[in-house]
Each structure stands twice: as structure tokens, then as C-alpha cells.
Design a protein around this ligand. Structure first.
Ligand SMILES: Cc1cc2nc3c(=O)[nH]c(=O)nc-3n(C[C@H](O)[C@H](O)[C@H](O)COP(=O)(O)O)c2cc1C
Length: 184
């Protein structure tokens, strides 16, 4: 697949098959994250433990419902909505809370991983919502179980797996975003 095709094919997938991701595919995805543009430390927690995935899913739902944010409450209230969409792999991206570039370092890593997953024929989605649960002090024990080091915050996550339904919980038509101005 050309890079152009991979970029065009990547889309946020919100329904997954109950099927494991092969270890060598997962290793390629993680490596893609490690080779992203970078300006400082960050951590990746690769979570495949079904009980922990369910726990994070439940806590994320609760955090969305309690957020007071209309959009998050509306999403979490949709029938059958699960914020991790039953994906078999969740990769949490975290970094030191006092480092200036953590949010950028994890974002470049996440996008590299989403593209690598696409190239391997896997579905994926960028997630922010688990951060509402895992950065809460009351859920510190679960964040620790998820291998987020002391002194670090979770900034974003990705999920990866085999696509069950390309359109489930879709938010909007995919399209090119952002404004562009050429200055010659
Ligand atoms: C900062 C950020 C946070 C996001 N958080 C979530 C999320 O928590 N849950 C979700 O389903 N999608 C999330 N997304 C995915 C966006 O909804 C998605 O990328 C956007 O709708 C464009 O669709 P596409 O990825 O299919 O092109 C997030 C994307 C970004 C960049």
C-alpha cells in the first residue's frame, strides 16, 4: 500500500471483532510509534488483558457521563456505546506531567501507529476519552495497573483490532480538515 493510500484508508473504527491481533503485527505498530518525530520522553502501555480493558471501558463511560460535557454525555448515553468499542488492544500514551512537549510527542507516535495499523489491514481509532478516567486521582490504582508511571499523565490512546463495522458510531463524513494557505 502506498503512503497516500494508507493515509486515505485510515479511518476511526468503532466496532471490532473478537479476534486477537498477531504479536508481530502489534510489534510493528509499537515500533512505528517509537520511530515518530520526538522531542522528549513518553510511555506506551500496550494493554491486552480483557479484564483490565473492561475496567478501563467502564471507568471511561462513567467519567464521560459525569463530565458535564454535552457531547461526551450524549455519546456515552448511546445504546450499546462502549468507549473502547470492544477493541482487543488499547495502547495508552503517557508522559511526564511537567515536560513541555509530552502532548506533541504522544500525538506523533499515535498517528504513526494508526497508519501502520492501517497498512497491516487493521482497524484503529485515536482516543482521548480514557484520559478522563485514568488521570483522575480516584482511579490511580487502575492507571498503575495500566503501567502509567508515577508522575505521568495519560495524554491519548489508540485502539487496534479487526474491523467489525466501519460505520458504527460514526461521527461525520470523513474529509480533509484544517485550513491551508500557501505563502510563496
Ligand atoms: C484529539 C482527538 C481526540 C479524539 N478522541 C476520540 C475519542 O475519545 N473517541 C473516539 O471515538 N474518537 C476520537 N477521536 C477520533 C475523531 O473523532 C476522528 O478522528 C474524527 O472524527 C475524524 O474521523 P476519521 O478519524 O475517521 O478521519 C479523536 C481524535 C482526536 C484527534
Amino acid at each position: 500500500m502506498s503512503i497516500e493510500e494508507t493515509i486515505a484508508r485510515r479511518k476511526s473504527i468503532r466496532a471490532y471483532l473478537d479476534k486477537k491481533v498477531a504479536a508481530d503485527d502489534l510489534a510493528k505498530i509499537v515500533k512505528a510509534g517509537q520511530w515518530a518525530p520526538n522531542a522528549g520522553p513518553f510511555n506506551m502501555s500496550v494493554i491486552r488483558n480483557a479484564a483490565l480493558l473492561q475496567r478501563i471501558d467502564d471507568l471511561t463511560s462513567q467519567a464521560m457521563l459525569a463530565s458535564g460535557n454535552d457531547f461526551l454525555v450524549e455519546r456515552a448515553s448511546l445504546p450499546g456505546y462502549q468507549p473502547l468499542y470492544r477493541a482487543p488492544v488499547l495502547i495508552l500514551l503517557s508522559g511526564p506531567s511537567d515536560a513541555p512537549n509530552t502532548a506533541l510527542n504522544v500525538a506523533t507516535a499515535a498517528e504513526n501507529m494508526l497508519l501502520q495499523a492501517t497498512e497491516l489491514g487493521l482497524g484503529s481509532c485515536f482516543l482521548l476519552t480514557p484520559a478522563f478516567a485514568l488521570n483522575a486521582e480516584k482511579n490511580r490504582a487502575v492507571a498503575q495497573e495500566g503501567a502509567i508511571p508515577e508522575g505521568c499523565l495519560m495524554h491519548c490512546a489508540i485502539i487496534v483490532g479487526y474491523t467489525a463495522d466501519e460505520n458504527k458510531f460514526r461521527r461525520a463524513e470523513r474529509g480533509a480538515r484544517g485550513t491551508v494557505r500557501y505563502v510563496d
